[in-house]
Design a protein around this ligand. Structure first.
Ligand SMILES: Nc1ncnc2c1ncn2[C@@H]1O[C@H](COP(=O)(O)OP(=O)(O)OP(=O)(O)O)[C@@H](O)[C@H]1O
Ligand SMILES: [Mg+2]
Length: 273
């Protein structure tokens, strides 16, 4: 069975909108008739279950530690999106069961989907990098603030070292205008070309939209609102472009590359035994 396309949503700086974008992009992809698995990989600080107004019994940490099958941990999200939540507390996380035997059911499970979206934590922690580097494609998220841009550049540089074949796109969130976003896209692309010798696709922007926070307060994805707020239209466009634009390399899914990342990053806490 074919592996799904995996896409990690990552940023250098925290609070730039990864979790909101991940959930609402998942909903937008589902509306393009895509079967979507959304994995909350912000270990210990899981937000996805909250954003869809549910409280999880089991979490990604337990699945990766071999304590429960993935089917027992997933939640039914909006528009048929399946959500694998992360814990909202630090759980001892030792993916000892993620040996070849533990991996097989996860690989088999993900073949039921067209897309696996991964909402990562922020920053350069090894666990964040493992998830971000495992995906087929990278959605690098920044806001127009100088600190967010600098941190996006920093994480992109590290990820490129791990995955020179990364297929990245830059998405500008909370932009004040189209002009501001496109100027940032140009500047960022120029910087990565010149100093990293790498191309990053322009995946557009999401406007600063008051409705995004309103929806988060009500624990409902903003893409479900009618009429669709500006941020929802932006994500619908991105979803269509993603579905139409096939990545150059054949999709590998998430779990097998994630296992390889765990092995090669080699932190004793993470290394499968
Ligand atoms: N386009 C937008 N317009 C207005 N507010 C937004 C927009 N995108 C996100 N937000 C708000 O920004 C805040 C941070 O969003 P979110 O939690 O998704 O960020 P994050 O990058 O996942 O944070 P963390 O790094 O802590 O995981 C939330 O209050 C969210 O509602
Ligand atoms: Mg988040």
């Amino acid at each position: 069975m074919a592996a799904p396309r995996s896409l990690a949503i990552t940023s250098g700086k925290g609070g730039v909108g990864k979790s909101c974008v991940a959930l609402n992009l998942a909903v937008s992809l589902a509306r393009c008739q895509q079967r979507v698995l959304l994995i909350d990989a912000d270990l210990g600080l899981g937000n996805q279950a909250i954003l869809i107004g549910q409280s999880p019994d089991r979490t990604l940490e337990e699945v990766l530690s071999g304590l429960c099958p993935i089917e027992a941990a997933v939640l039914d999200g909006p528009e048929g999106v399946v959500v694998l939540p992360a814990a909202s507390q630090l759980l001892p996380w030792r993916p000892a069961a993620l040996t070849a035997a533990g991996l097989a059911p996860l690989r088999s499970y993900e073949t039921h989907f067209d897309f696996v979206l991964v909402d990562t934590g922020a920053g350069l922690a090894p666990k964040v990098l493992d998830f971000a580097a495992a995906a087929d494609q990278l959605l690098l998220l920044t806001t127009p603030e100088a600190t967010a841009i600098a941190d996006a550049y920093a994480i992109f540089k590290v990820l490129l070292q791990r995955r020179p074949d990364l297929a990245p796109g830059l998405l500008v969130n909370m932009a004040d205008s189209a002009a501001e976003a496109s100027e940032l896209q140009e500047r960022f692309g120029e910087m990565t070309r010149r100093f990293l010798g790498a191309e990053i696709d322009n995946w557009g922007y999401i406007p600063l939209d008051r409705y995004v926070r309103e929806a988060a307060k009500r624990q409902i994805p903003f893409t479900l609102a009618t009429p669709p707020p500006p941020a929802a239209k932006a994500l619908a466009r991105l979803a269509e472009n993603l579905v139409e634009g096939r990545p150059a390399l054949a999709p590998q899914g998430l779990f097998a590359p994630l296992w390889r990342q765990f092995l090669s990053s080699g932190s004793p806490e993470q290394a499968p035994t």
